[in-house]
Ligand binder design. Structure first.
Ligand SMILES: NC(=O)c1ccc[n+]([C@@H]2O[C@H](COP(=O)([O-])OP(=O)(O)OC[C@H]3O[C@@H](n4cnc5c(N)ncnc54)[C@H](O)[C@@H]3O)[C@@H](O)[C@H]2O)c1
Length: 318
């Protein structure tokens, strides 16, 4: 109910039409047919596995693709662990777990993207890697497939420029942890079509998320505001102004944040935080976005946060 109310509020702000029907039945090279019930997620790390989970929960068949079978298996295990946890907490019937999990298929080949009407890329936050993926997707997919990126900060317009269908390229920025967070920031590149936008809004709503539209600028809205705060917290630690627990405690108790900025950085991944700060710094050419040297040092040391077991805090390895 709460989600539906918020969704309506943002939709009326944006004064958008209801999504139109889309063409999904086009036959591709090699006899592959695009299906309107099939999604591919590329990159099965913490975000990709969460995105795959919510897509499968919404009834989509989901291909999960990554650089290796091992990475894909890790991602699939993360989804199954999450589903079991939700069932144990009584948030879904136990019999649904198997049904949802069966909608996931490991994909060793990017060619499987030809079957998907929506491809959501959630690989590492590096422009050259994402561009390479988008170039290949452009060749594999038909003229109406939507190529979405879960990038936290990179230009959708630049990503679209390596394809022959920039009108189909869009940012679909989920929040972490994906199954819990309601927002999807929807970023239109310079040439993103209304049809692509409407299809993505409809898909986000089907996932029970609230899509909010922003323009294509470094860090969009979420990370333009969040990441400088995190970076400032790292500077405060670096300068010895307070202990990490004190910095986080002040922001939690004083500002009512559900978690402190350093713990949040660990959850996001310090590598991702650094890439985002570098994008903001380069994109705006303003030194106020200079990444803190301590953040750089931790990333060089492989202290990436929760996903490697150590960041500002220490965790059980996942
Ligand atoms: N971590 C967050 O809180 C958060 C939130 C929103 C958006 N994002 C964005 O989501 C994306 C993924 O972030 P993450 O936190 O899941 O990172 P992660 O490190 O957990 O996972 C990244 C995955 O991408 C895979 N990968 C790398 N190169 C690839 C390629 N060429 N093809 C296919 N897969 C490839 C890696 O093997 C890995 O499994 C990034 O763009 C990030 O900015 C992250």
């Amino acid at each position: 109910m709460k989600t539906a109310r918020r969704r309506n509020r943002y939709r009326s702000h944006l004064q958008r039409r209801r999504p139109g029907r889309c063409r999904y039945d086009r036959s591709l090279k090699g006899g592959i047919t695009m299906r309107n019930d099939t999604v591919m997620v590329i990159g099965t790390g913490q975000m990709g596995s969460g995105i795959a989970q919510v897509c499968a929960q919404a009834g989509y068949n989901v291909y999960m693709h990554d650089v290796s079978a091992e990475q894909i298996q890790k991602g699939m295990k993360r989804v199954s662990d999450q589903l079991v946890k939700q069932a144990e907490k009584g948030k879904m019937p136990h019999q649904d777990v198997k049904q949802i999990y069966q909608r996931l298929s490991p994909s060793a080949s990017l060619e499987d993207a030809g079957e998907a009407f929506l491809i959501i890329e959630a690989a590492v936050e590096q422009m050259d890697i994402k561009k390479e993926i988008f170039k290949r997707l452009d060749d594999i997919t038909g003229h109406s497939a939507i190529l979405a990126s879960n990038t936290s900060s990179l230009s959708i317009t630049e990503l679209a420029s390596v394809t022959n269908k920039p009108q189909n390229v869009i940012g679909m920025h989920f929040m972490n942890p994906v199954p819990v967070m309601e927002l999807v920031e929807v970023i239109r590149g310079l040439e993103t079509s209304d049809q692509t936008y409407e299809t993505v809004v409809a898909a986000a709503e089907k996932l029970n998320k609230v899509p909010i539209e922003v323009h294509d600028f470094p860090g969009f809205i979420s990370n333009r505001i969040l990441m400088p705060m995190i970076n400032e917290a790292v500077f405060a630690l670096y300068e010895g102004i307070a202990e990490k627990e004190s910095i986080d405690g002040i922001m939690k108790l004083g500002m009512n944040h559900p978690m402190g900025p350093l713990a949040l950085a660990d959850l996001i991944g310090l590598d991702t935080c650094l890439y985002i700060m570098e994008t903001l710094h380069k994109g705006f050419g303003d030194d106020k976005y200079r990444p803190c040297p301590l953040l750089k040092q931790y990333v060089s040391a492989g202290r990436l946060g929760k996903k490697t077991g150590k960041g500002f805090y220490t965790y059980e390895a996942t």
